[in-house]
Design a protein around this ligand. Structure first.
Ligand SMILES: [Zn+2]
Length: 341
């Protein structure tokens, strides 16, 4: 019997609805014994390689189903807007959308964080942290695949899913002069958090000045937004983060382009406070369980998606800053986030 699960079926339905408006690609397949799932990438908008680009990623950790669901709900709205919304079409003339809503389908099928080979995709890149201690097992380890946060064997090629995500970013985001990615996770903290690199070091991100500018723009435009916006290393340090790895690769391949990977970490502890008995359910630790809370989560981040899309199209205002301004803002940012200069 063909194995399947709710999110994958929803994804295939959305793909069919978007077919007339989008380029749909299967970039790899996740395979285990008798289960095989295509990894879908959906692209819409400008065909210019250099066009500003925003990439949305979800379902990297199989337990964190809500990230995939939030993206599917957003794609569902886009599919409904496409036939009539002139504003959406006019913005898409200037930029490109890239969606990879389900990176680790077999992890989701099997209700586990890692992939079919028990590797944690977000610890799988060939990059070592200078701040993760040996006992910080959640930061990634090579002790045993039977423990969570396993990085994979040293020197082994990246897992199919990790490689596919990197290929998509390298192919569609790197050639763009200005790109942002947003990777949605859940399960850490009680507040919704927006992280930018790095996770492996406390040194400031190459584009920390622009990250600070973007935060100020968000604070001014939406003073009541719900996010804590900071470098990931302030909260959570890891080995093998794909986004750290991609940031460093981008710098080598396209040093003049701007690429800011962001992670949206949905604060699942707030859902647990409201329904404490869900702490005893594996799904409840990482996902809202009540229907109304799921719906609220689908709505809650639309303003952010819209804001990031506008920001990427209007990059001249905050990315392409004069060099004296960059050093001023960089200093401010380093002291604001208390990093090592
Ligand atoms: Zn995660």
């Amino acid at each position: 019997m063909k194995q399947s699960f709710e999110e994958f079926e929803m994804l295939e339905k959305i793909v069919a609805r978007l077919e007339p408006y989008a380029d749909i690609e299967i970039v790899a397949n996740s395979v285990k014994k008798n289960a095989s799932f295509p990894l879908y990438v959906i692209r819409m908008g400008s065909k210019r390689k250099s066009a500003p680009t925003i990439g949305f990623f979800g379902g990297v950790h199989g337990l964190e189903r809500i990230g995939t669901k939030v993206l599917l709900s957003y794609l569902g709205a886009i599919a409904e807007l496409m036939p009539w919304d002139k504003m959406l079409h006019s913005i898409l003339r200037h930029m490109q959308f890239v969606f990879m809503p389900l990176v680790n389908p077999i992890g989701m099928l099997e209700q586990k964080r890692s992939n079919q080979n028990d590797v944690d995709i977000m610890r799988n890149a060939p990059i070592d942290s200078d701040i993760v201690r040996w006992y910080h097992i959640w930061g990634g380890h090579r002790v045993s695949k039977y423990l969570p946060w396993y990085r994979g064997r040293k020197g082994a090629p990246m897992e199919v899913e990790s490689q596919a995500l990197c290929d998509v970013v390298q192919k569609y985001l790197f050639p763009s002069t200005t790109s942002i990615s947003l990777d949605i996770h859940s399960g850490f903290g009680s507040q919704d958090q927006l992280w930018f690199p790095y996770a492996y070091t406390r040194e400031p991100f190459k584009f920390i000045a622009q990250a600070y500018q973007l935060k100020s723009m968000l604070d001014k435009a939406y003073p009541f937004h719900v996010y804590r916006f900071e470098p990931q290393s302030v909260r959570y340090q890891t080995h093998g983060d794909l986004w750290d790895y991609l940031s460093l690769e981008q710098e080598k391949e396209y040093p003049r382009h701007f690429f800011m990977p962001m992670t949206l970490e949905l604060g699942s502890w707030a859902w647990l406070k409201k329904s404490p008995k869900h702490i005893f359910s594996l799904m409840g630790m990482f996902n809202p369980m009540k229907e109304h809370r799921k719906h609220r989560t689908f709505r809650r981040h639309l303003v952010l998606f819209d804001f990031l899309t506008r920001a990427v199209v209007s990059h001249q205002k905050w990315v392409d800053l004069p060099s004296h301004k960059v050093s001023d803002v960089r200093e401010k940012a380093i002291s604001y986030w208390n990093l090592q200069p």
